[in-house]
Design a protein around this ligand. Sequence first.
Ligand SMILES: [Mg+2]
Length: 310
Amino acid sequence: MNFEGLKRFQGCLVGVAVGDVLGSPVEGASKEQIRRIFGVLREMIDGYRPAGNITDDTMQTLCLAESIAELEEFSPDDAARRLLEWYRKDPFGIGSHTLQVMMRVDRGMDWREAVKEVERTNAPWTAGNGSLMRCSPIALRYCRDIVKLIECSRESSLLTHANRLCQDACAFFNAVLSRVLLGWNKRDALSFTMEILAHASQEILDRVQEMLHKSADEVPTSGFVLDTLECALWAWWNFDNFEEAIVTVVNLGGDTDTNAAIAGALMGAQCGLDAIPQRWREKIRWRDDKTIIDKCIALATRLYELAEKD
Ligand SMILES: [Mg+2]
């Protein structure tokens, strides 16, 4: 087993959780509001729930990771079943699009039908970041099989978000993430992905080109999937330090928890588990359950072993 590689896998899932938790109390605030109240927000504070509680971003990521860890492969039906279980328990932070899908599935509709119906009903406003936030376990499992990685990343979006842009964004993000997990440098990871997904949405390719030259003030932060993808890639491209990247993303405002969760996946993979501040890791919990970080580490280890077998 390659120790550094394993740390990158573990850093990825732990990165999702700490980004989610740091960002969630200020979700929806503008960067000016955050600056006025906190100066720079660097610590996990109370939000709708006490400090340290994870939200939908981490919970859905864990649903996918647990499903793959148990079945050894990505199964959309099993993942959909776990998402429904999560929804029925306490789907804290659930986005409106995902909520509309889950309400239908909860009433007995087949998940594929439910997703199609919500896509039809809400079009064209269906390209939120709700599937991008949970897609990283696919990259962990299939980092050594790029064809499967792209196929399963798109399928994982289809569990709630059928919009073509959402599917493309998941595939693009996971392709970059997979190279980072394998230890590639940033430039190679990005050019590999742009080459292999050259046929994908031109909008994504344009965004990536623009992102390379943007300053912090120009980075988009809304819940639109292309904005979130750009924000996460921008943070990764511009920072080598995990804490600085995540603090910067959160303090830009907007969809802070999801932007930071997705940037956290990439930065955690880039920097490895040990680069993630201990004071943040210690705070992470789900209600009384303080084993969330242990769970992330165990699942990442399991996905690492499965990827190594390919
Ligand atoms: Mg959230």
